[in-house]
Design a protein around this ligand. Structure first.
Ligand SMILES: Cc1cc2nc3c(=O)[nH]c(=O)nc-3n(C[C@H](O)[C@H](O)[C@H](O)COP(=O)(O)OP(=O)(O)OC[C@H]3O[C@@H](n4cnc5c(N)ncnc54)[C@H](O)[C@@H]3O)c2cc1C
Length: 424
């Protein structure tokens, strides 16, 4: 391939103790946590709103705040969901359903209240390193190429964009990536018989629908679930059903998948209307602004959290977050899914969000350091929000004393998290 060398100058427009790249569930929670602990914080997000997959991907349940009815995660994530107008917590697993627009509003309100400087429409493209430390974050916007000088970086891009640029080693699972899904919303749905995430009803997918459609229409696109969510109100359903293999880091493949999945939604909606009585009068309200990405890079952190540690709920001295979502692996090649429920909520260690040799970088988003099984559970929002919260507190505490993230005072970190109600 031909290449082109491009030399660019960036205006340095700010100087912060903590810079958070990516405003998804892990990122905006991290920014709030760091700011509440007294750090000056920048939060940089490529879209015009916060929430990441929860809003851009319309992934409208947050899983799961409880294990068998007992609250296992609280702190800023729980405070956040209480701020989402119209959202509902479903027992006994504590899945929280919401309207994506309300999520955006609640997130930006809390970010501003904490005193975070928010940079929207800003695509982080690079970082500058000096002696094991990232000194600057570089991003592109309509204003051109700009940079922020920073003491600590939280990579919450989901894809580990900064970690990758900084040269953090990545894991290779040697298994296919979990598939991508494009959510869509319908109205005029008869939801009275649903077992989905509707208040007072059991948490479950509706596999009968998928099985019936697959039998009736062997040419139907690949499908999962379907899971139907009530967040947009009575008679509406936000639906997780489409599915395709995708390497999101390959631009050509990403373009193809976005277009294919929108066509698939058209087909799926037609099938639902034709064959499933509850959807007879349904109308397509919207597809998600972007395809939902379950999995891309995984950093090789100081500790790689294993599936064994996870299912056995091994407690770590540096445990900073909990997660009780099942080990949930969606097949890339067909309509199946492997779900292994947890007997106890798992513990997530701080060492899984830092990497050897990187002194001011924390990576709490879904690309944190875990093996395939542990990832397949901890990737959900309560898991990464918990890690984001811990990353924010740790970054602020390290900033106060100019410490490497490897020398963070774990007792002090855990104390703040416990004081905030985390059962770690
Ligand atoms: C189909 C699907 C179904 C799911 N189901 C559930 C479920 O039922 N329950 C649940 O809790 N979770 C579920 N999840 C998982 C959950 O949504 C994600 O794992 C979670 O959103 C990850 O949060 P994050 O902050 O790590 O990353 P993301 O949500 O991906 O957020 C990353 C943020 O960074 C921004 N960003 C990325 N790159 C850059 C860049 N270079 N510069 C600037 N900004 C950037 C993005 O725009 C985004 O806002 C599902 C995910 C998918 C895709």
């Amino acid at each position: 391939m031909n290449t082109l060398n491009i030399n660019k100058q960036a205006d340095i427009i700010g100087n912060y103790q903590v810079t958070v790249c990516g405003g998804g569930p892990s990122g905006f929670i991290a920014a709030i946590a760091a700011a509440r602990c007294g750090a000056s914080v920048a939060l940089i997000e490529r879209y015009g709103y916060l929430g990441g997959m929860a809003t851009a991907g319309m992934v409208a349940p947050i899983s799961e705040f409880m294990h068998e009815g007992e609250l296992i995660s609280s702190g800023i994530p729980l405070e956040f969901v209480k701020r989402i107008d119209g959202g509902k917590m479903c027992s006994p697993r504590g899945n929280f359903v919401f309207h994506p627009e309300e999520y955006k509003i609640a997130a930006q309100r809390m970010v501003f209240e904490a005193g975070v400087d928010l940079y929207l429409h800003a695509y982080v493209t690079d970082c500058v390193m000096d002696d094991g430390k990232i000194t600057h974050i570089v991003f592109e916007s309509k204003s051109g190429t700009q940079a922020i000088a920073t003491d600590y970086v939280i990579d919450a891009t989901g894809d580990g964009d900064i970690a990758y640029k900084a040269g953090v080693p990545m894991q290779n699972y040697n298994t296919p990536l979990q598939p991508a899904t494009m959510y869509f919303a319908l109205n005029k749905v008869d939801t009275s018989g649903f077992k989905g995430y509707y208040p007072g009803q059991k948490h479950s997918s509706i596999p009968e629908i998928r099985e019936m459609l697959s039998k009736l229409c062997p040419d139907a696109p690949q499908m999962g679930g379907p899971w139907c969510f009530a967040g947009m109100g009575e008679g509406t359903a936000i639906i997780n059903m489409s599915r395709t293999a995708l390497d999101w880091l390959d631009e050509k493949a990403a373009t193809k998948a976005e277009c294919k999945l929108r066509e698939d939604i058209k087909t799926i909606v037609h099938l639902l209307k034709t064959h499933i009585p509850a959807f007879k009068n349904a109308e397509l309200l919207m597809s998600a602004p972007q395809v939902g990405i379950r999995e891309t890079r995984h950093i090789k952190g100081t500790h790689i959290l294993t599936g064994d540690e996870y299912v056995n709920a091994v407690h770590f001295e540096d445990s900073v977050a909990r997660c009780s979502h099942p080990i949930d692996i969606h097949s890339t090649n067909d309509n199946t899914q492997t779900v292994t429920p947890l007997k106890q909520a798992a513990y997530l260690p701080y060492r899984s969000i830092i990497a050897d040799g990187y002194n001011n970088l924390l990576v709490p988003s879904r690309c944190f350091s875990a093996d395939r099984e542990a990832f397949a559970s901890a990737r959900v929002q309560v898991g990464v929000m918990g890690l984001g919260q811990a990353a924010g507190v740790a970054a602020a505490q390290c900033a106060e004393k100019h410490l490497s993230v490897h020398n963070a005072d774990i007792k002090k970190l855990r104390k703040v998290l416990a004081d905030w109600g985390m059962k770690i």
